[in-house]
Structure formats: structure tokens, C-alpha cells
Design a protein around this ligand. Sequence first.
Ligand code: NAD
Length: 481
Amino acid sequence: MTRAQLLIGGEWTDSVTGRTAETVNPATGEVIGTFAEASPVDIAAAVDAGRAGFESNRWQSMSPDERGRILWRIADLVERHASELAALETMDQGQPTTVSTTVNVPLVAQTFRYYAGWATKLKGKLSPVSVPDQLTYQRRAPLGVCGLITPWNFPLAIAGWKLAPALATGNAVVLKPAEQTPLSTVRLVELVLEAGIPPGVVNLVTGGPDAGKALVAHPRVDMVSFTGSTAVGQEIVRTCSGTLKRVSLELGGKAPSIVAPDADMQMAVVGNLRGALFNTGQACGAFTRFFVHRSKAEEFVSRLATAADSLRIGPGSDPETVVGPLVSAEHLDRVASYVALGEQQGAVRINGGERVGGAFGRGFFYRPTVFADVTDDMTIARDEIFGPVMCVMPYDDLDEAVARANNTDYGLAAAIWTQDLRTAHTLAPRIRAGTVFVNQIPIIDPGAPWGGFGLSGWGREMGSYALDEFTETQSVFVNLS
Ligand code: NAD
């Protein structure tokens, strides 16, 4: 059983209150570890340690080359410990092994390597100004201490998306993983230390919403990078309105997927099913609203439901598992209540709609569920469910499909299925979403930005875009007269 502590100023420590909380394996409901619950006093100590780490001579005078080497070493260590990290993620999150071993852990290593390269390429600019005898240039300045707050669905990958660019740009951080899934992040931070990060530059605080609130509210935190629910993102913005500290938000989604009349039906069914059920539907970019041309809707529904029923349900540790457990009993209840609401509001449930019992009765398993005849006003078509629930919504022409796809407060991801290049390229720019996938399940790559429109958030992670999130631009005017 793991017993996780806080990392403050390079030292592992319990909370000053001595309080701990438990984390469970969602496949079995068993407690698999405890973690320290950071109090406001611990958070303040972590922020002070971050400030000292940021200002320390070792971090300030470290060459970009050496910073890059440390990030590269983290990537190497992640790869060396890949199976251990993937097993921890699967045990704590419930994530199918195929996802933790082939997507999550490799993406973390790739992200650190990608930003290792950026450490030596943070160029400034020389700006021609009209005042005589001036040399005017701009440099990128790190922000200081960044509070990084992550959710429970891809704990390791999302910690990497934040840590790697924050460190590449010379910041110090206080990282807070979600209370449901702290274990893989704790191990990642051990590897970060082993790679040679100076003490205080990376601090880790475990705990729940109160720890997150204390971190966000702390006046000496210069920036908050948050991934999680829209409601919490909005609260963070309200809290930061006093200090105007920088906020980057990766929030919820309700991705539409438009199946054009000419789409390859087999590809569309398989791709949409994978896009919907990736990580058991617990993915912010998951496809959830399927706009299918009326002439094909019945066939699509029937093939989608049949394919969903054939998927192997089981613990993430079984390599054959496609649909794992939901992260917690609370989340299972939430998904089940959305399904009940869908039926009450008149959607036609084709399959699923129940918890999996028998050998899996102690875990938090829920059967993939397809709804037909979903209308735009139904709650299941509007709210982010974050589980294996799919809504099929027939349309009559593509203009209508685009308008209805955009009829959402979210705007994180979207998909288009067509064999016509013209349809693909004319529809993609009309959809209000940070990323549009054409004939493609949702994927994330460190080279391409990720983030949303509307209630899906502010800013972009990944690519060169994340460097802007973690730096300020400073101008220097030098009088040469
Ligand atoms: P959540 O908002 O409940 O919690 C996320 C993190 O915030 C956790 O670490 C939690 O402890 C902390 N937290 C909770 N309340 C807080 C508060 N008031 N102040 C500061 N921190 C607080 O989200 P969740 O349930 O863990 O994750 C699921 C959500 O995350 C979904 O909405 C999903 O769409 C979103 N998500 C978005 C992306 C993206 O890239 N856009 C990626 C993954 C998940």
C-alpha cells in the first residue's frame, strides 16, 4: 500500500496537521494507498519553497542547455519506469492498460522531450522603434511560482503537459493532483527529483478541493494552470480577479461528431465508438453528440449499439479490457443519473443503462449506453457526462448539422466523418472548437495546441502556445546616444 507525502523544498513530509486521505482502486473498490492532505499552512510552505527555488542561484543561473538536459532525463526516466507508472495509473484511475501503456505514459515522455528542445529556443525579438538611438529588444521572462492543478482522468499525462513547459521556461511550480488519483503524479515527481531538478523548483501538494482553493488564493502564486471542470474553472477566475494572476484553463467538453452522408459507415461507427469510449468516456475530448444524416441514422444507431455491446468490460489491468471502471462510486452515480434523466426526457435508450454486477459488482463499472432520437434541448445533449454515454441526433442537411454542433456552451473538440475533401475543409473552420478531427479519433500530440472555445477554457497547452502561457514578455530600451 502506497503512503504518499508532500514534497516541499526538496523534502518529503507529512501535512502539519497529520491528516491523510485514502485512494481506491475503482476496479475493486479497495483502498490502495493513503496520501497527505495538505492544509493551508502546507500550501503556504510549498509556495514559499517554490519562491526560494525560483530565485535560487542554481535555477536562475542554470543554462538553457542544462534545463533542457534535465527535462530530457525526466523523459528517459519515465520510459525506464514506464510499466510501473502505467500500472500505478491503471490501479488508481481504472484506466485500461492499453491506454496507460500505449497512450498515457508514452505521451508524458514525449512531452518532456518536446519541451527539452524548447528550453534552448526561447528567443526574444529585436523591435525597430522610431525614437532615435535606441536598441529595443524583448525577452521572455518566466512568471515565478506556477500552481498546477490536475484532474483525475489522465493524471500523469496532464501533469506532464503542465510541468514540462513550466520548467522549460524557467518557472518553479507547486503541483496538485486530483484527490481520486494522486499516485502516478507522486511517482513522477520522484523521477523529476532524480533527474536533477534543484530543491524547491518542483513542489507537490496532495489533497482535495480545499488544497486547490488555498493554492489558487495564495497571493504569491503568480499563475494558475488548471485542468478540470468548468464550474471549478469559473471559481478560480473569480478568486484570481483580485490579484489578476495569470490563469490558464482546460475545462469540460461536449464534442459533436458530424457524420456526413458520404462518410465511410464502417470507419464512422468504429471511429466514433473509440472516440466516445476512450478511457471509458472519461476524456474531455470524448465524442458525445453524434449528428448523423437522417437517411443513415437508424443504421448508425444499430451498428454503434451492437459494436458497443461487443466490447470487453473489465478491470484496466486485464490487457483485453476496452471498457474499464469509472473513477469512483460518486462518478458512477452521476453517470447513472444522467442516463435516467435521458429516459425521463424522452430519449430512446438502445442498450446499456446499468451498472455491471457479478464478478465486477464491487467495482464502479457501467455498461456503454447508446441513446437514439436525442434532441438538442435534452440534458444529456447539453451537459458533460464524462462516461460511456452516446447520443445520436439525426439531421437533414449539413448546414443544420453545423448549427446544432455549435449549439453548445463548450468548444473543446469536434469530429467530421466524410470522404469528400471539400466537405472536410469547408466544415472544419465553421465549427467552434479548439480542435477538429477529420476521420480521426481524438488524439493529442505535444506538437499541436490543445484547448477550447467558450466554457471549455482559456489558453492553449502544448506546442509553442504553452510557452506563451508560462512567460511574460519584457521589453528593454537601451539609450545608445
Ligand atoms: P474538478 O474540477 O472537480 O477537479 C479538478 C482538480 O481541481 C482536482 O485536483 C481538484 O481537487 C481541484 N479542485 C476542486 N475544486 C477546486 C477549487 N474550488 N479550487 C481549486 N481547485 C479545485 O474536475 P475533475 O472531476 O477532477 O475532472 C473532470 C473534468 O476535467 C471534466 O470536466 C473534464 O472535461 C475536465 N478535463 C478537461 C481537460 C482539457 O484538456 N480541457 C482534460 C481533462 C479533463
